[in-house]
Design a protein around this ligand. Sequence first.
Ligand SMILES: NC(=O)c1ccc[n+]([C@@H]2O[C@H](COP(=O)([O-])OP(=O)(O)OC[C@H]3O[C@@H](n4cnc5c(N)ncnc54)[C@H](OP(=O)(O)O)[C@@H]3O)[C@@H](O)[C@H]2O)c1
Length: 264
Amino acid sequence: MRIDLTGRRALVSGSSQGIGLAIATELARSGAAVVVNGRDQAKTEQAAAGITKELPDAVVVPIAADLASAEGAESLQAEAGELDILVNNLGIFGAKPVLEIDDDEWRRYFEVNVLSAVRLIRMYLPGMMERGFGRVMNIASDSAVVTPLEMVHYGMTKTALLAVTRGYAKAAAGTGVTVNSVMAGPTHTPGVEDFARELVGDDLPWDEAQRQFMREHRPYSLIQRLIEPTEIGNMVVYLSSEQASATTGGAVRVDGGYIDSILP
Ligand SMILES: NC(=O)c1ccc[n+]([C@@H]2O[C@H](COP(=O)([O-])OP(=O)(O)OC[C@H]3O[C@@H](n4cnc5c(N)ncnc54)[C@H](OP(=O)(O)O)[C@@H]3O)[C@@H](O)[C@H]2O)c1
């Protein structure tokens, strides 16, 4: 299978680092023009420049906007124009005892992790349906189906994204537009590397450190290592392609087998 996204225009929300940046890079590698986004202008420009340094022919447009707000989403849309591929990657996470999560924090998680995606889908889905092609992907997590006690508010948003995905896929039925969730598992991002180092210490080389982290703290992983962000990018590239036309309304796992169940 050869995937060619030439002529497609994509947006990856929250892509100035981590998984989003890897997704944007892989979409660009496959030929799509990509909008890279984050709140910080300089960091967003740097991320875009990093992609074009690696892929000199790539069309990469940095647009700084806070997508947790309606105004931010509107300003991004004004600059980005129409899209064929929308990747709702933006997501925040952090540990907090569940009895200490107050109303404002519940609302903040919902606004950033769910409403940001819903707004962009509302903006872009009608155009995709009219043109008869579109790919929407919401980056969910193993936490969508295995609620983590240390971040129930985060898990709630990822569960919600699965429902949002199914609902908008139904809204796009028969139009050539697909809407899917990608359930990422424990992934090697700077934040997760720091977290793993905190738990297993600084002495071991990274490869050993991450294996110890996985063995002791993520024992259900079947690959027994962290997932590389590019591995998630590869799945997004596939789901963005013409070839993935019969996959919609579902949740696709890139979790290294971490979720101990046959179905999501
Ligand atoms: N890391 C994991 O192991 C893991 C596992 C499963 C699922 N996931 C999911 O994968 C996605 C990406 O995670 P990650 O770990 O790669 O994230 P990350 O490293 O924390 O990166 C977050 C990105 O979002 C941007 N951002 C934050 N708030 C924003 C806002 N309000 N508007 C626009 N951009 C914003 C950040 O840039 P600025 O700060 O400059 O805005 C940054 O580029 C999330 O949905 C997460 O839940 C991650």
